[in-house]
Design a binder for this molecule. Structure first.
Ligand code: PLP
Length: 371
């Protein structure tokens, strides 16, 4: 029997291409027959997980024969205290990625509603909208890849249901200032959700007093502001998949109707709970990231390349030529970074922060490839 798999697949799924993750270190080492390759391509924390989180995860494993707490009771309580909100204003996800999909799934009706964001925004907004058959509107950015607030406001319409802003954005590193966020809020259609994805908040906040926390903008008059955070970045728990949203309890209640049961596993819940308290690990990670960012920027400057400013744990660099060639040359030196051609940026690489040794490796490799 011949089956037409395209006919089997809805049209809006047919057009999608699978997400391309960064190349794993083991794969590169196998291909080149080398050891000691480094990967600074996925905006992870090179300092590793919070040590307290590792100990808590190990303890939680002994209870792996039980289903996790589907309501994430203890973790929500701890986060509520930390964030100064009610536990009912929190929803946990398998990474903040799951929450992006859940928001579109819960609030957008295909054929009727639109998701609005800007070009070169975090890819999941596009993937979530497209995979759920929801129309996506992407507005232009400025010359320095910052969200063009005028263009974003001009694109708002009665069809706009969710506006996604990553602050700071991945892969560009650009951020939205307090004043810009206030302009977006003032212009937002009353029934549209503004979702501010603050995956890199803990890196950004200490570096710039003008960097806003979107949670401060959710009020009784402006209830449709949703803040997304994650344990994947500064907390060093990418592999465990846990993120959360802070939102009006009526938004949380709707998301919970769609959220699959047990979406955050018990080991991840235990690790996240312990990680919140590991302030020392967070402070060390912030400091290490700042050093690494400065060193990468300096190296790029000295090679005459454009390194874009970033409040996150990565830097976008315009290498002035086909970035795949530079990427390949770096790979041959055992250094994995992220080419941004799949994001539509053919001359750009994204370089994540690393340990001091990683940062030395990448700056030396860049100089030998481009110097
Ligand atoms: C802007 C932004 N949002 C969300 C995420 C998703 O993180 P996670 O699903 O691991 O919480 C990332 C990860 O790279 C990101 O860069």
């Amino acid at each position: 029997m011949t089956i037409d798999f395209d006919a089997l697949t809805p049209e809006y799924i047919r057009d999608l291409t699978p997400y391309q993750p960064g190349k794993p270190v083991e794969e590169l080492e196998r291909e080149l027959g080398i050891t000691g390759a480094i990967k600074i391509a996925s905006n992870e924390n090179p300092m590793g997980p919070a040590p307290r989180a590792v100990a808590a995860a190990e303890r939680a494993l002994a209870g792996a024969h039980y289903y996790p707490d589907a309501g994430t009771y203890t973790l929500r309580r701890a986060l509520a205290e930390e964030r100064g909100v009610d536990p009912d204003e929190l929803v946990l996800g398998g990474g903040s990625n799951e929450l992006i999909y859940l928001l579109v799934n819960t609030f957008c009706q295909p054929g009727r509603d639109e998701v609005l964001t800007h070009k070169y925004a975090f890819l999941s907004y596009r993937l979530a909208a497209k995979s759920l058959g929801v129309d996506l509107v992407e507005t232009d950015v400025t010359d320095s890849f910052r969200c063009d607030i005028d263009a974003l406001i001009a694109a708002m319409s009665p069809r706009t249901k969710i506006i996604f802003l990553a602050n700071p954005n991945n892969p560009t590193g650009a951020h939205v200032t307090r004043q810009e966020l206030e302009r977006v809020l003032a212009a937002k259609p009353a029934h549209a959700l503004l979702v501010v994805d603050e995956a890199y908040h803990e890196y950004a906040a200490p570096r710039d007093p003008e960097y806003p926390s979107s949670q401060d903008y959710r009020t009784a008059d402006q209830p449709l502001v949703v803040t997304l955070r994650t344990f994947s970045k500064i907390y060093g728990l990418s592999g465990l998949r846990v993120g959360y949203g802070v939102a009006d309890r009526r938004i949380v209640e709707r998301i919970n109707r769609v959220r699959r049961p047990f979406n955050v596993n018990s080991v991840a819940q235990a690790a996240a709970l312990a990680a919140i308290e590991d302030r020392e690990h967070i402070a060390r990670s912030q400091e290490a990231a700042e050093h690494s960012i400065s060193a990468i920027r300096e190296a790029a400057d000295s090679l005459g390349l454009t390194a874009y400013s970033s409040l996150a744990n990565f830097v976008m660099v315009d290498v002035g030529r086909d970035a795949w060639d530079v990427y390949d040359a770096l790979l041959r030196r055992g250094v994995i970074v992220r080419p941004l051609e799949p994001f539509g940026l053919s001359r750009h690489l994204r370089i994540s922060v690393g340990t001091p040794a990683d940062t030395d490796r990448v700056t030396t490799a860049l100089a030998s490839v481009l110097g």
